[in-house]
Design a protein around this ligand. Structure first.
Ligand code: 2M8
Length: 434
């Protein structure tokens, strides 16, 4: 299995960056690259650093790391391509980059990747990798500073997302916010994803895509300027999952501070963002449901849905013993991993008890290995090693039975769904196999 996972990364390797998948996602994606770097770290720590260095070469002057770097080149089919975003023409923040990018971002898994690379660096390579971490560190801090300021002007400790593509595309968490958008059609377009996959039931609908593309047009109109976006944009969500990854990432950078030779000022900022994030997530915890709830900035309403994101305190390694115990109970309750219909006790993207649940449809039900990897890491650090190890074993069993490193899986049958040979699935497999 290790050889097969390595072969997937090698086949998707474009030399200095890795395609998220061979056909469906033939460019460099931000959080995919972070997971992919964790996979590479098991094969070659230098190649793992290269992955991140090339991603961060496309960092905007604001500090934002864009969600896609269109490194595949103009002839490579992906929709929507760089012309829909037009970033370099509308904002100086996106000029002078090695390749065109999108104008939004994804959860900051990168610091977790750098920490993993350092942990896996063999003694003879430590000098080289330490120097490369030192060189990358200021870019990582500036990325985190962007999230803590541009994406949280209220200094609330929660990151605001502007688009469903900032992580979990068609999650039912966004349904109400999208329903409020009465779109004029975003103009004619042809989707490539449904033809590439051959089964529309596994992908977002055209109704979703109309809104996704309309939101891109709006962001472009605001010139991707956070102040303008905050003033006018219709989709602004305090995303607890994104915020939890940010908490874990700040902790990872603090752990790397000595290796990276971080300044006192940076250490102080990282500690502040970490504490502020943890406290904010703790306030979003709903004792009645046991879930941590996203918050719609435009309506002021909490988003009450049973999804994986509700476990944000666990993902953020909460220090609140009461919340941790409540979340662990909920995790294995009938609404989540304790549902007897599940093939394996793995966390599905949406609870099967939720009316919006769809077992084949992308972020609306299927099990995603990377989400279970993040939970595995968190539970390991929270001293829940037995449950963490179970997640690891079941995840490997699921990926192995699926046969081709699928993007996501049917929670009831374990059938592989989405793209085959998905890089981040192969990458977390390598990490789980050790
Ligand atoms: C999915 O998103 C892309 C758009 O970014 C798509 O559907 O075309 C999501 O699962 C996203 O989280 C992921 O980074 C990307 C590439 O794997 O695919």
């Amino acid at each position: 299995m290790r050889d097969q996972a390595a072969a997937v990364l090698h086949a998707n390797d474009a030399g200095t960056w890795t395609k998220a998948s061979p056909h469906l996602y033939p460019h460099q994606w931000s959080w995919d690259s972070a997971f992919i770097a964790i996979g590479w770290a098991h094969l070659d720590v230098g190649r793992a650093m290269t992955e991140l260095e090339h991603l961060f070469a496309a960092q905007w002057s604001t500090g934002m790391v864009p969600h896609i770097v269109f490194r595949g080149g103009p002839g490579v089919p992906y929709f929507p391509g760089p012309e829909w975003w037009n970033c370099a023409n509308v904002t100086p923040a996106a000029r002078g980059l090695p390749a065109p990018t999108t104008g939004i971002c994804q959860p900051p898994v990168h610091a977790l990747a750098v920490l993993r690379i350092w942990q896996l660096t063999p003694q003879p390579r430590q000098r080289e990798i330490r120097a490369r971490i030192q060189a990358l560190f200021p870019r990582l801090v500036s990325w985190h500073r962007y999230l803590a300021t541009g994406r949280d002007p209220e200094a609330s400790g929660l990151v605001t997302t502007y688009h469903p593509w900032e992580g979990t595309d068609n999650s039912p968490r966004w349904d109400r916010a999208l329903e409020r958008i009465k779109v004029a059609k975003p103009g004619p377009y042809t989707r490539l994803d449904v033809t590439a996959l051959g089964d529309p039931s596994q992908r977002p609908t055209d109704w979703d895509y109309d809104r996704f593309l309309w939101l891109v047009q709006q962001l472009r109109k605001y010139r991707y300027d956070d102040v303008q976006i905050y003033r006018h944009h219709r989709f602004l969500i305090k995303d607890v999952f994104f915020s939890a990854v940010f908490v874990a990432a700040n902790a990872a950078l603090l752990e790397l501070a000595d290796v990276a030779g971080a300044s006192d000022g940076d250490r102080c900022d990282l500690a502040c963002w970490l504490d502020r994030g943890r406290a904010a997530l703790s306030r979003r915890f709903d004792a009645k449901s046991g879930l941590c709830l996203d918050y719609d900035v435009r309506t002021g309403e909490p988003i009450r849905l049973r999804t994986f994101a509700g476990f944000a305190p666990l993902f953020a390694r909460t220090t609140d013993a009461g919340q941790r115990a409540a979340q662990l109970r909920l995790l294995d309750s009938a609404g989540f991993c304790g549902d007897p219909k599940l093939r394996w006790r793995l966390l599905p993207s949406t609870s099967p008890a939720e009316p919006a649940f769809e077992r084949h449809n992308y972020w609306r039900g299927p099990v995603w290995p990377i989400i279970n990897w993040l939970l595995w890491q968190a539970l390991t650090e929270l001293d829940c090693s037995a449950r963490a190890d179970e997640l690891r074993r079941y995840s490997l069993a699921q990926i192995s039975a699926g046969g081709h490193f699928a993007e996501y899986f049917d929670p009831f049958t374990g059938d592989p769904l989405g793209s085959p040979r998905q890089s981040w699935t192969a990458a977390v497999t390598l990490d789980w196999l050790g």
